[in-house]
Design a protein around this ligand. Structure first.
Ligand code: HEM
Length: 506
């Protein structure tokens, strides 16, 4: 035997231990996967992507700067790179589009807002609507507006009743700190009237679903923001789990909607068959959902109907009530508009049917539009590229799955669209121009193109009707007579209720 001692260097020992842990099969599998990924990446068509703004720290990218000062970051990048560039945020590359390039995205059928939103918030997965063909937007566009015109006086009465109930007479000045909740309830009840009809909208359990479904989704999303900082997809998985096992499962809402709708639908279905054309058709959304279900499935498909209802509740109530809150904050904090807006109300509503006067409230319409335009969001409306690659008119290309967002700063500050001093609030700048609900380059609140919001007329009317009632009934002001700026989080302006004083008008 040789006396020679074998000396192992620490590095050899470490290597040995690692290799002993990995079996040859696992090694071959890993190598295969590595080669497959390499081949996939190297064969990928090389796209002429928008410039990715350089960043210092891998994995973090622009995230910290974005969280600290999204406005500053976007301004700096726009100055340097122009109307299109990409940022590395929350472990993903996002492309930011301004001006014409943003409009191209809205108008193209190769981008989907629904998929963009789904990536940020997995609504389809949570409520299970992906299982069904068609969607709520088609229903609204094709059928809803043919019937809805007759319903506005009903909605107006509902708004009036709820404003009386929730705010009261205010003979003495009344301080209200939670107009966000009041706005949500007022709008939820008005929408419930239109969606489920006069009878069912009085049902407390139903109204609760309308008022709380969207708020709960948004609250859970806020609570999951730590997961979002790690990776947006971790957040969506977390949200899915919370809704699958938590107290607020959409299944419970769907079961409740089904339980309440079943007797009404069965009766209507019977009447439809028995009386045919002589039957007086109810003017509400559930009747449309009933007919849609019968056309689509040949029967009343309760789960599909409940999914469509929840999607519409999500799309309509939070958005509309947030806009009402924002408009009222602007009104209360900008006393220079009170006289003109009040005068318009007095002249127009005097002795005329409210439905007829609505479209003549040009100043109010303009005020609501300006309020929305300057709400303060930095990045908006994520759209997901759905084709293998999309080429913009400037030659830049984005791959399938890329999220493209609209740079709202360049939109807000564009004087060729909005006139002089576009960043300053000017309540009547849209008078005699295009109304709030008409979409166009100077009017992006509801998106643009094929998928522009199909609920925009309804939303715009609801907000204006509620504002009209509030303006005529009360003197409303902020405590110091000013309208403070909202804080911005993750590029989104965080609307909040301002403490407001309500006093009965003489
Ligand atoms: C002030 C309130 C509202 C705002 C600001 C708003 C905004 C928007 C925006 C920006 C889009 C995306 C448009 C695009 O991709 O170009 C959208 C889509 C949509 N909105 Fe609204 N919306 C509001 C109220 C409503 C209401 C009241 C309803 C239903 C009654 C509704 C139903 C929908 C639906 C179904 C879509 C999807 C459209 C599609 O995929 O084709 N929204 N909304």
């Amino acid at each position: 035997m040789s006396n020679e001692r074998i000396v192992f260097e620490p590095a050899d020992l470490a290597g040995c231990a690692t290799w002993q842990l990995i079996s040859p099969e696992v090694f071959v599998l890993c190598l295969g996967a590595f080669i497959a990924v390499f081949v996939y990446w190297s064969r990928r068509p090389k796209l002429n992507e928008p410039p990715l703004v350089p960043y210092k720290y891998p994995l973090i990218g622009h995230t910290l700067e974005y969280l600290r000062d999204s406005e500053g970051l976007l301004k700096r990048c726009h100055e340097q790179y122009g109307d299109m560039f990409s940022l590395y945020l929350f472990r993903e590359v996002y492309t930011i589009a301004s001006n014409d390039l943003a409009y191209e995205m809205f108008r193209s059928t190769n981008f989907s807002f629904k998929e963009g939103l789904e990536r940020m918030f997995p609504l389809g997965d949570i409520i299970g609507s992906k299982a069904y063909p068609g969607n709520a937007a088609v229903l609204l566009k094709d059928r809803f507006y043919k019937h809805v015109d007759d319903c506005y006086s009903r909605i107006y009465r509902e708004l009036q009743h709820n404003i009386d109930q929730l705010i009261g007479d205010c003979e003495e000045p009344k301080l209200i700190n939670n107009f966000d909740e009041i706005s949500m309830t007022i709008i939820a009840r008005a929408m419930a009237n239109l969606f489920v009809g006069e009878e069912l909208c009085k049902d407390d359990e139903i109204v609760k679903v309308f008022a709380t479904f969207a708020t709960t989704l948004i609250r859970v999303r806020k609570l999951s923001s730590i997961a979002y900082l790690i990776h947006p997809r971790l957040q969506t998985e977390y949200i899915k789990l919370v809704f699958k096992y938590g107290d607020n499962s959409p299944q419970k809402h769907k079961d409740l909607l089904t339980k309440k709708l079943k007797p009404i639908f069965e009766k209507r279905y019977q009447d439809m068959q028995q009386f045919g054309n002589e039957w007086k058709r109810p003017d509400d959304l559930i009747q449309l959902l009933l007919e849609y279900s019968i056309d689509m499935f040949g029967k009343i498909h309760y789960d599909c109907i409940a999914c469509r209802m929840l999607t519409l509740i999500w799309a309509s109530i939070h958005t509309t009530s947030a806009n009402l809150l924002n408009t009222l904050n602007d009104y209360a904090g900008r006393s220079e508009y009170w006289n003109d807006l009040r005068k318009e109300q007095e002249v127009i509503t005097d002795g005329l049917d409210f439905d007829l006067t609505m479209d003549r409230m040009e100043k109010l319409d303009s005020f609501v539009k300006e309020s929305n335009r300057l709400m303060g969001h930095i990045l908006m409306l994520p759209h997901c590229a759905t084709c293998p690659s999309f080429t913009f008119s400037n030659g830049y290309q984005v791959p399938k799955g890329r999220l493209v967002l609209m740079n709202n700063l360049t939109y807000m500050s564009n004087s060729s669209l909005h006139g002089d001093n576009p960043e300053t609030f000017s309540g009547f700048r849209h008078v005699s121009k295009s109304p709030f609900a008409r979409v166009g380059r100077d009017s992006m609140a509801f998106g643009l193109g094929k998928h522009a919001c199909p609920g925009r007329w309804l939303a715009s009317r609801n907000i204006k009707m509620a504002m009209s009632i509030l303006i005529r009934k009360y003197e409303i002001s902020t405590l110091d007579g000013k309208r403070p700026k909202y804080p911005i989080k993750r590029g989104i302006s965080v609307l909040g209720p301002l403490p407001l004083t309500f006093k009965k008008r003489k």
